[in-house]
Design a protein around this ligand. Structure first.
Ligand SMILES: Cc1cc2nc3c(=O)[nH]c(=O)nc-3n(C[C@H](O)[C@H](O)[C@H](O)COP(=O)(O)O)c2cc1C
Length: 322
């Protein structure tokens, strides 16, 4: 029987248990890692979680007014190096999550040229973006690649591409937001192209052996959202191209009081691909996660709010179950 405390490998990365801290965007006014962030990850690592995914981190200076971490140039490197040293000194892995925000703007978007696949008003934020040009698409892919290489040099155990939750890469997959009629819109392969090319640009920059993960939406929760066939296509292509792990997410905000709510989709994806699958959203029940682990091919469990509330939860699981 598999257990949540198994030591496993995702390609050449060792995970000391199957618990993963799912990303929670940390506030910082200037993009730099600060003492609050260092203390937060110290607490999480001391609480026993094997692998921590950071909050989303900006890859492009054009979004620098957003109050989250950034790594679009080397001025941020010392802070990131402190963060990876902190995690490693406590025997935890740390993965940097990379994002281009786009029309789901964060905080003050004054002065930002807000980009999206098409000039469609954001349903949540009511921003009206500019349609991204082909040149801007390539530029953003390069920004992801450059930030990933910086992350590797700063000691992160891997990076995760944020292609979920309505940010730029996920909007490309979503017909409602992507009304393009060029190579990046229309058919499933065209809408998946942005995520796939971004992955390929990152892979080229960091090399074949460096862990590259991705977080995707399996449900958008809007009319004309991503279809499950789209999702299966994307996962299959990512898997064939060598992505190391796929974290399953979606419209988590409307799933209050449910548990493991993307299990069915994650199970279907895990059964069709050889790539490691992380199920995130509503995980906090030890028995339920153990059951899912042993009845599906899902290998890992992401937890965001449970660990925010109880950073010591994994140690508690160990005490109660070993
Ligand atoms: C305050 C807050 C901030 C979040 N920030 C991020 C983020 O930076 N990147 C991300 O992929 N997901 C983010 N999420 C979503 C979580 O990673 C996770 O997908 C979601 O909370 C569902 O998991 P949970 O039920 O374990 O909380 C955030 C969630 C919360 C509550």
């Amino acid at each position: 029987m598999k257990t949540l405390f198994d030591t496993t490998h995702v390609e050449n990365m060792v995970l000391k248990n199957r618990f993963i801290r799912a990303a929670i965007g940390e506030k910082t006014t200037d993009g730099h890692v600060n003492q609050y962030i260092l203390d937060l990850y110290t607490n999480l690592a001391q609480g026993g979680v094997g692998t921590m995914i950071t909050g989303f981190t900006l890859v492009d200076e054009s979004e620098k007014s957003y109050p989250i971490m950034a790594f679009y140039d080397d001025s941020f490197a010392d802070g990131h190096r402190s963060l990876t040293n902190t995690a490693h000194s406590l025997n935890a892995n740390i993965i940097l999550q990379l994002v281009y925000v786009g029309s789901y703007v964060m905080g003050n978007a004054a002065g930002v040229t807000v980009l999206a696949p098409s000039a469609v008003e954001n349903l949540n934020k009511k921003t009206i973006p500019k349609e991204i040009s082909l040149e801007e698409i390539k530029n953003i892919q390069n920004k992801f690649a450059n930030a990933a290489l910086r992350a590797k040099n700063a000691g992160y155990d891997g990076i995760e591409i944020h292609a979920a939750h309505g940010f730029l890469l996920s909007q490309f997959m979503t017909p409602y937001y992507n009304r393009r009629n060029d190579l990046y819109g229309g058919s499933t392969p065209n809408r998946a192209r942005m995520a796939l090319e971004t992955y390929e640009a990152i892979r080229k920059a960091v090399g074949n052996d460096y862990p590259v993960w991705i977080k995707i939406n399996v449900v958008d929760g809007i009319e004309d959202g991503v279809s499950f066939d789209d999702v299966l296509y994307l996962c299959n292509e990512l898997s064939n191209k060598g992505i190391d792990a796929i974290e399953i997410s979606g419209n988590w905000k409307s799933r209050e009081n449910q548990s493991a709510y993307f299990k069915d989709e994650a199970e279907a994806i895990a059964s069709k691909n050889k790539t490691a699958v992380i199920l995130t959203g509503g995980n906090n029940d030890f028995k339920e996660m153990t059951e899912i682990l042993n009845t599906t091919k899902i290998s890992y469990f992401g937890m965001a709010r449970a660990l925010a509330k109880y950073p010591d939860l994994i140690n508690k699981f160990v005490k109660e179950n070993t």
